[in-house]
Ligand binder design. Structure first.
Ligand code: ADP
Ligand code: MG
Length: 418
């Protein structure tokens, strides 16, 4: 799925582009369409899956046309650090939508308190707040919530662990009763007390659960750092080093699949391709022959990775880094089935390093980077944070309804996939 399929308004797309996001994450894919219908929802997905944008983008879509200077939405978060982090992401996305947010958090500095009070009274559309400090402002009576339409609880599980239940209940009492409100809850875990809170504050909610599976224990995972022009040579090297009975190479584009197969065959390696340009019966024949061990090396696009059910594959090579952790686990899960052991290798070029580091984070495993064989030569250094495509946040000029002249172009970075 592409962001463009989510039917967000242009100003929001410009924000997405400015942030350097190419494709929505799983949780964004599930949450955004429901949030756009103004449904109440609770979404449970582990840390690092992109929950912040899942609620910020639809919120901005709904609010970008607002001319109101009143508070439209409140985002509650357990800590000052998180509130600031969300505010920073909000400002990155919201530049083109002309929305004002302000972070409200605790501390003893009277100047900060005063700045928060002024922002609350003079036109912040969104408050991003820790519960305790928001409540202190609410208790003083100058917070006008008469136009509030959106309430979001981020890291709801952590807020409850930190003892904010009572504060949350008090905050809810301050919200207008006669106005329709969309409430969304986000959490990394779903303990019973979260369900109780959800029952209290959500109306007829949708529930979204994104479970990230982890690779089976028996899989030996490793990676090579490679420039693109080293990948084919490295594959030939690996496949010639040890005779394989069954191995799969995955790539995200059919172009790569086709050219790699040609090259392997020229090198005397018995490989066949499977991709969406083959018709159904051709695909079935290739799969059947591979399953029956008539040829040892299958080169496949992503599209078939989930459907491939072949036992005893010794080796899976990711020619490029899969889009997300789920795909990674699926791809290397083709090996080491039913307690046998297998090897999952991933080639990481410079561009894919940040993506790979996110996968490592999600599966909570640091994957060993094997030095390249001398005949292939050194690859790039592993430096995932500098390959992060994110551009610096645009500077804000404080003006409302800023209309950017740049047109969003979401296709230019997206590799064509099949
Ligand atoms: P969570 O709240 O689920 O822990 P975050 O919203 O903090 O996750 O996102 C984790 C990281 O992933 C952030 O650095 C964020 O900028 C990045 N990110 C989120 N969504 C995308 C996306 N669609 N494309 C690229 N990067 C993303
Ligand atoms: Mg988060």
């Amino acid at each position: 799925m592409k962001f463009i399929d989510l039917k967000l308004c242009d100003a929001v797309y410009e924000g997405i582009e400015a942030m350097g996001f190419d494709e929505p994450s799983k949780v964004q894919e599930k949450v955004i369409p429901l949030a756009l219908q103004k449904k109440d929802l609770i979404a449970c997905a582990q840390t690092g899956t992109g929950k912040t944008a899942a609620y910020l983008l639809p919120l901005m879509h709904h609010l970008h046309a607002t001319k109101s200077e009143k508070i439209k939405g409140i985002i509650l978060a357990p800590t000052r650090e998180l509130a600031l982090q969300i505010d920073q992401q909000f400002q990155g996305f919201a530049y083109f939508a002309g929305l004002e947010s302000t972070a409200i958090y605790g501390g003893n500095d009277p100047a900060i308190w005063e700045r928060q009070r002024v922002a609350i009274e003079t036109g912040a559309n969104i408050l991003i707040a820790s519960p305790g400090r928001l409540l202190s402002h609410l208790n003083l009576g100058y917070v006008d919530l008469s136009e509030l339409e959106y309430l979001i609880l981020d890291e709801a599980d952590k807020m409850l662990d930190m003892g904010f239940m009572e504060d949350l209940t008090k905050i809810i009492k301050y919200l207008p009763k006669d106005k329709k409100r969309q409430t969304m809850m986000f959490s990394a875990t779903m303990p019973p007390k979260i369900r109780i809170l959800a029952k209290m504050i959500l109306t007829d909610p949708e529930e979204i659960n994104i479970a990230i599976s982890k690779p089976a224990e028996g899989i030996l995972q490793a990676a090579y750092l490679t420039y693109n022009n080293q990948k084919n040579r490295l594959i030939c090297h690996l496949l010639k080093e040890k005779e394989m009975e069954s191995a799969i190479i995955f790539s995200s584009t059919k172009h790569t699949v086709k050219t790699l197969v040609k090259e392997l065959v020229v090198e005397g390696i018995n490989a066949k391709a499977i991709h969406s340009d083959l018709d159904q019966s051709e695909r079935e024949t290739v799969m059947l022959d591979f399953r029956n061990k008539k040829f040892p090396i299958l080169v496949a696009t992503d599209i078939v990775s989930r459907g491939i059910d072949v036992d005893n594959i010794e080796l899976v090579i990711n020619y490029d880094v899969p889009q997300d952790a789920e795909d990674y686990v699926h791809r290397i899960g083709r090996t080491a089935r039913a307690a046998s052991t297998g090897v999952g290798l991933t080639f990481i070029n410079e561009e894919d390093q940040f993506k790979f580091s996110r996968i490592e984070k999600l599966i909570e495993t640091v994957i060993f980077k094997i030095p390249n064989p001398p005949e292939i030569g050194d690859g790039p250094e592993y430096n995932p944070n500098s390959s992060k495509k994110k551009k610096p946040y645009p500077k804000r000029d404080g003006k409302k309804n800023f209309s950017g002249k740049r047109k969003p172009n979401f296709n230019k970075n997206n590799k064509k996939k099949d």
